[in-house]
Structure formats: C-alpha cells, structure tokens
Design a protein around this ligand. Structure first.
Ligand code: HEM
Length: 485
C-alpha cells in the first residue's frame, strides 16, 4: 500500500512553482475552502512550494481519514517559527504526536477527563454567575471582552487557583501579558508569515544574518521564564491558602509518574490557557448572536429553563434536565465553530495521500455541508434532538458525539468536557437571567448586525462585534445572582 504511487485529488489549478500560494487569502481562509469545495468537491488538493495540502471538507472524508486513520494522521506540519523557534517545541498543540505529546496529553487527560472536570463545576458556576452580574451592572458594555474575561477567569482558576478576573485587577495584568504572547504565536502561525516555512534551510542561518531567528529565540527565552514563574506560583497557591486544588498543583504531584518535566508542565498549562479562552468566548458570543436572529429558539429555551429552574440559578446538575439548552450548545458549535479547521501532517503513506502531506479537516465546511444539514446556515437546535425532543441525537452517522468543532482523531480537543460544561453554564445562566434582545438606535429601531462578518485571528475566528441588550427577566435579579466579590 505504501509503495503505491500517490494519487492526490484534484484542486484549484494555481501557478507554476508557487501553486496556490497567491490564492490563499490572509483572512477568511475557511470561507475560501468552502468556496473551493463547491467547485472541486469535498476532497481537494492545494499546492505550495515543496508542500501539498489535502483538504477534507465533508464529515465522511474527515471521518475516513482523520478518525479511522487517526494514528498516521495525528502529526503536525512543521511550524518552524511558531513552534520550533518561538516555543522550543513545547506547545503540545504545535508538535507532532511524539513521545512528549503523549506524555503531555496524559497529564491533560488526568485533569480534564469527563469525570475530573466535575472538580471545576463550582468555579464554572461562579464565573457564569459573575458574567451575568457584570452585564447587569454594566448595560451597554462591549460584549466580547466580558465573555473573554469569563472564560479566561474560569480557566485561570482551574489551572492556577488564581482569583477570578472579575475580582482581581492584578490578574488582568498577567492576562494582558499572556495575550501579547498569544498574539505573537498567532501571527507566526499564519501561512507565509515567515519565509523560513517555505525555505526550512533558513533555520540554520546564524542569528546575526537572520533577524527573525534572533527575535524568535529571544521571545522563547522570555516567554519560557514567564511561564515557568507562573507555574511555580500556581504550585504554591495551595500552601498559600488557595481554595481549590488547581490543575497545576495536581499535575505537579503526578507529573513524575508520566515522565513530564516541570518545564513541559508549565507549557502544558499555558497551552491549555491559550486553547480555552478565545474559543469558549467566541462560542458564547455566537450564541448571543443566534438569540437575536432566532427569537423563537430563545423563547423555547426559556420555557425549558423556567420549568426546570424557576427562580433558582442554574447549576451543572441541571444539565441532564435541559436537553434543549444542550442542543443549543451543540448547534452553536456547529453554526459558528471557533476553530475553522484542524491541521494534521500525514506521517505514513496511504496510496492516495503520501507521507508529509498536510491534511486540513475543514470544520466550517463539514458543519455547513448542505447535503448533511439541508439548511446549514439556519440555527436550528432541534437537529440535535431525537423526535421526542427529550434526548440528544446525531444529525448524521459520521458526526461523532464530541462535535466536529472539537476536531478529529487523536488530536481531538482534550478540553472538550470542560468547555461543554462552561458553555452550558454560561448559556443557561444568560437565558435564565436575561432576555437577549437587539440594541436600539436613537430612533428606537433595532440596530442591524453583521451576520457573516468575522474577526479572523488566524487560528481562531469569531463573529464581528455587534451591540446587544440584556434585559433582566426578574426584578430582584441583583439579589439572586451570586456576588462578584
Ligand atoms: C468551545 C471551546 C473549544 C473548542 C471549539 C476547541 C476546539 C479544539 C480543536 C478543533 C482542537 C484541535 C485543533 C487541531 O486539530 O489542529 C483543539 C485542540 C486543543 N484544545 Fe480545544 N477547544 C475548545 C476549548 C478548549 C478548552 C476549554 C481546553 C482546555 C481546558 C482546550 C484544550 C485544547 C488543547 C490542549 C488542544 C491541543 C491538543 C493537541 O494538539 O493534541 N480546548 N481544540
């Protein structure tokens, strides 16, 4: 099988030598992939100098290649600048499925598997409640930063037992520094951001001849010191009277058992932080947008919430009694996936995809496949419910239970249980506390919002900002919501 000649699928023609390099847009690649899918079918090839990229744009092709052949397709392309130089090969999201990756995934699994995430339920409930209190006290605030503060605060508490960001301005400073580091990584991961990706030999140029290398190496030194310091502080949080046993404390106790070094554990924690923040905030923002566009969905969800909760705040233990709210979470992840693709490097030659080919599972295209979903652009949670509307169902055989938004195969998101709980709580809380309605202009008319405009940050993508009003549903909401401090 391995020796059979490769037969790559066809794709857009491109130019000699440069291939499709000039066709790849700097922003909105997922929409371009979806456009190519309509012309070239659901599996097609893109070419760049020295590199072939196969795009899997349907649930079946992604399941066949990335789920069923998960071992050979769990590699990563070489991100020379972002991963090797700027991160010293320490971000587990950026490295191939090597020994380090396996060890690090083990400690993540210990802290974030389906049962382990129960330990974070209380802090997730508290942060979701604080989100609502903040919106109550700051009507008209810019929504996305508040959602990011909520997801950052929750994961910081889970990892480092740090104080809530709604309470601690000092925490905001730390987060700001991390955000700058994440920005630099995101920029470096953009296609063609650095020539060294196309001409890997440049990696071996001396520092004085290669300013990109000097910058990257200095960045690594500084970031590494910062992350290790953060990790050490997190380890001490318990001794200093921290309330819960955060992931860092737990992993410090168990990491030796899995052969994980303190430096690796520090980078694992930071990678989790980076992976958890924008993604979750983007989904809740998309949910708010859906509630403005689909008021009938909001009404139906509230009927379920009122029947289950009455005037009590939602908790994670209410999840099982709220199939419709759960279906809203799943539909939001389908409708506006915050990561529009997962990129794998095929490490083993099948007769159609040769070793070294980059494979992109195009999450957006899979989730917007008209053959599968009929009306993919419509937000319709019912597609995730069985006809009795009380139990979940899959919309198609290849749509695995974990939601395509969480990726495929061995690289499936290890934080999905934490994320699903957080999304459920934030969404249930917002629906329980508020009517989410259009903001009005000076003449009392609804302000229109851009439905298909995005803030594309390279790796993550979220809806463009839109104004939105949160109208309290209960006159005494302020008394019922948990306090901020
Ligand atoms: C709605 C929220 C989230 C979504 C949609 C999401 C989605 C994804 C996707 C699609 C991948 C795979 C990317 C690829 O194959 O290239 C991934 C990887 C990852 N996610 Fe998430 N994620 C979310 C939240 C989280 C949270 C809360 C955590 C941690 C608690 C987390 C931790 C990670 C890590 C560490 C990886 C890298 C795994 C690896 O490369 O082996 N994510 N995520």
């Amino acid at each position: 099988r391995v020796l059979r000649p490769s037969r790559l699928p066809r794709g857009p023609p491109g130019l000699p030598v440069l291939g499709n390099v000039l066709d790849i847009p700097p922003k909105g690649l997922f929409l371009k992939l979806d456009e190519w899918k309509r012309t070239h079918g659901d599996v097609f090839t893109l070419k760049a100098p020295g590199q072939k990229i196969v795009v899997l744009a349907s649930a079946k092709s992604a399941a066949d290649v990335l789920d069923k052949m998960s071992a050979p397709t769990s590699g990563r392309p070489r991100y020379i600048m972002m991963n090797e130089i700027m991160a010293g090969n320490l971000t587990i999201a950026g490295i191939s499925a090597n020994d380090r990756w396996k060890r690090c995934r083990r400690i993540i699994h210990e802290g974030f598997n389906m049962r382990a995430v129960d330990a974070y339920a209380q802090l997730q409930e508290e942060e979701s409640g604080r989100l609502c209190r903040y919106l109550l006290q700051n009507p008209g605030c810019n929504l996305y930063p508040v959602l990011e503060r909520t997801s950052c605060g929750a994961i910081l508490r889970a990892l480092y037992d740090a104080p809530s960001l709604f309470v601690s301005p000092k925490g905001e400073e730390k987060v700001h520094k991390l955000a700058q580091q994440m920005d630099a990584f995101m920029k470096a991961a953009m296609p063609l951001a650095y020539l060294v990706e196309m001409f890997p030999a440049m990696r071996h140029l001396p520092r004085w001849l290669a300013p990109f290398k000097a910058y990257g190496e200095d960045f690594f030194k500084e970031t590494n010191a910062y992350l290790e310091k953060w990790y050490q502080e997190g380890c001490k949080s318990k001794e200093e009277g921290g309330k819960s046993k955060g992931f860092v404390v737990a992993s410090e106790e168990t990491r030796a058992q899995f052969g994980v070094t303190a430096q690796e554990a520090a980078w694992v924690s930071a990678t989790i932080y980076a992976a958890a923040t924008e993604t979750s905030a983007a989904v809740v923002q998309a949910f708010c947008m859906a509630m403005l566009l689909y008021p009938e969905v909001q009404k139906k969800a509230k009927a379920e919430i009122d029947a289950v909760l009455g005037s009590h705040c939602p908790t994670l233990s209410d999840k099982a009694s709220m199939p419709y709210v759960q279906a809203i979470v799943k539909e939001t992840l389908r409708w506006r996936p915050p990561l529009s693709s997962g990129v794998q490097d095929v490490d083993y030659g099948d007769y159609t995809i040769p070793k070294g080919t980059i494979v992109i599972g195009s999450i957006w295209s899979i989730n917007h496949d008209a053959l599968t979903f009929g009306d993919p652009s419509v937000f319709r949670p019912e597609r995730f419910l069985a006809p009795d509307e009380k139990t979940q169902s899959r919309p198609l055989p290849n749509y695995h239970d974990d939601d395509i938004a969480y990726g495929h195969g061995r690289r499936l998101c290890p934080g999905r249980h934490f994320a699903n709980n957080m999304l459920f709580l934030e969404i249930a809380y917002l629906l329980w506390a508020f009517d989410i309605v259009h903001a009005k202009d000076g003449k009392g008319r609804d302000i229109d919002m851009p439905n298909l405009q995005f803030v594309d940050r390279g790796l993550t993508c979220r809806p463009a900002d839109f104004p939105c009003t949160f109208k309290p549903r209960q006159p005494n909401l302020s008394e019922i919501l948990p306090p901020i401090a």
